[in-house]
Design a protein around this ligand. Sequence first.
Ligand SMILES: Nc1ncnc2c1ncn2[C@@H]1O[C@H](COP(=O)(O)OP(=O)(O)OP(=O)(O)O)[C@@H](O)[C@H]1O
Ligand SMILES: [Mg+2]
Length: 235
Amino acid sequence: MTNQDDFISTVSHELRTPLTSIRGFAQTMLSSWDKLDDESKKKFLMIIEQQSNRLINLVENILSVTKLPKETLILKSIDINIAILPVIQIVQQQYKTHKIVRDFDSANPVVSLDLEKFQQIMINLVENAAKYSDEGSTIKIITSHNDKYVLIKVQDEGIGINEEFAEKIFEKFSRIDNPLTRKIQGSGLGLYITKTLVEKMHGDISFKNLSKGTEFQVKFPVYNIEEHVKCSVTQ
Ligand SMILES: Nc1ncnc2c1ncn2[C@@H]1O[C@H](COP(=O)(O)OP(=O)(O)OP(=O)(O)O)[C@@H](O)[C@H]1O
Ligand SMILES: [Mg+2]
């Protein structure tokens, strides 16, 4: 099997699961409409809605993955502190009870990044931090710099990542299978897309477990002007 065949068969499998569930609940509603009470009907419709959302997320991520190799970057000088603000807003809207706090280094130099891709990276990381931690818990986003890099840390107080999966989580369709993550939906593509985009912009991503929760760390090189010009031309 080629990588492409592998990808197609995994995608088909991933698509079939929510589709089968949508069809099943729709069929039950149609065939047993009169026998079902309002509460059951509502429950079934909620499952159909949830599974449709899962499909949309999956299809969007699959499109992102297929576009990745040909993706061209639009590099601009970016102030990461400012670029992260809309990301916080987007995730906060979805995860209303989490406290997303900032600890930003106000002296960060501007870096040469594709703004949209940088925000996609940050959305994936902050969304994961919220998704794999309890409601009401705190997510901390820390930025800092030295003369070579700007550094972004996303810390959560969640379930943590077993070290034995350290290599796996950045692979396509990789999800850690345990009772905690089984309840949480996802395509397992977010971190693959994230790592690919980080590396396209000459950055680096890693994670470590905290006493409670996980910290993802992303760093991007700070270029001087000459290197910046060279880097933009070679993209
Ligand atoms: N902050 C985190 N805390 C604990 N586990 C995490 C965290 N981030 C990622 N993981 C684990 O790594 C796996 C891969 O993450 P990834 O973002 O690639 O996929 P996903 O969240 O399952 O789906 P999606 O494609 O929708 O993002 C997750 O399924 C989860 O098991
Ligand atoms: Mg994710």
